[in-house]
Design a protein around this ligand. Structure first.
Ligand SMILES: C[S@@+](CC[C@H](N)C(=O)[O-])C[C@H]1O[C@@H](n2cnc3c(N)ncnc32)[C@H](O)[C@@H]1O
Length: 215
């Protein structure tokens, strides 16, 4: 089956599911209003946890969790500022830049995640690395992902691109580079010899129904 026909079939399936389950949003919002959730949140004096809401409404926690997740995901409820920014007065990257211990904690966590997950890409999709001579890991943290890839594919030259406070303490076995080189390389290198490899979890996007590898 051609990928175009497959995409059309997936789109058609999504449309059918939309017809079948399209009533869900209306029902969840009705349920939230009947429970009085918007009023409770509007009138509370300090931030409420899910447990606070459960004890106030005497609802099963798992059901209330699903209702709240739905309302927040579809932006029926929510703040303009992220909770993190509201608490710390800056975004996560600004915060870790001035908190070295938190930065290390964060980098060690993402490195741990990379050690567990990057093999799925190296072993599951080895073809994406064929013909790649230089690989820039954008937001590559302490370089763990890049190091594993370069070890498995020694023909690749790795460039770890991240914020100065992260790159400055990353182990030195990967090359470091700067924003200008990254921007220029995208313009300068011929399209047929460049691959941008994105490995991430995508939530709430039209094409989030499949795990895709894109060049
Ligand atoms: C979720 S972590 C990913 C870490 C790594 N790629 C991995 O999978 O283990 C996102 C990374 O993006 C970096 N980052 C955030 N803003 C950035 C920016 N403006 N320029 C470069 N890197 C940035 C952070 O420092 C962090 O290391």
């Amino acid at each position: 089956m051609s990928s175009q026909i497959k995409d059309q079939e997936v789109a058609a399936q999504e449309e059918i599911w939309q017809f079948i389950l399209g009533f869900t949003a209306t029902v969840v919002v009705k349920c939230a209003i009947e429970l009085g959730i918007p009023d409770i949140l509007k009138n509370c004096e300090s931030p409420m946890t899910l447990a606070d809401l459960v004890s106030k409404l005497k609802c099963p926690e798992s059901s209330l969790y699903r209702i709240m997740r739905f309302l927040i995901h579809f932006k029926v409820l929510g703040n303009e500022d992220s909770p993190f920014e509201a608490t710390h007065g800056k975004d996560l990257w600004g915060f870790v830049a001035t908190n070295p211990s938190h930065s290390k904690f964060y980098n060690d966590g993402t490195a741990c995640d990379a050690r567990a997950g990057v093999w799925a890409v190296i072993e599951g999709f080895p073809e994406v690395f064929k013909g790649v001579r230089k690989l820039v890991d954008v937001g590559g943290g302490d370089g763990t992902t890049l190091r594993l890839i370069v070890e498995a594919c020694p023909w690749i030259k790795g460039i770890n691109f991240d914020l100065p406070h992260v790159v400055s303490i990353a182990p030195a076995c990967v090359d470091e580079d700067c924003v200008a080189i990254l921007r220029k390389s995208r313009e300068a290198i011929p399209q047929d010899t460049v691959k941008v490899i994105v490995v991430d979890v995508v939530v709430g996007r039209e094409d989030d129904h499949e795990f895709k590898v894109r060049d």
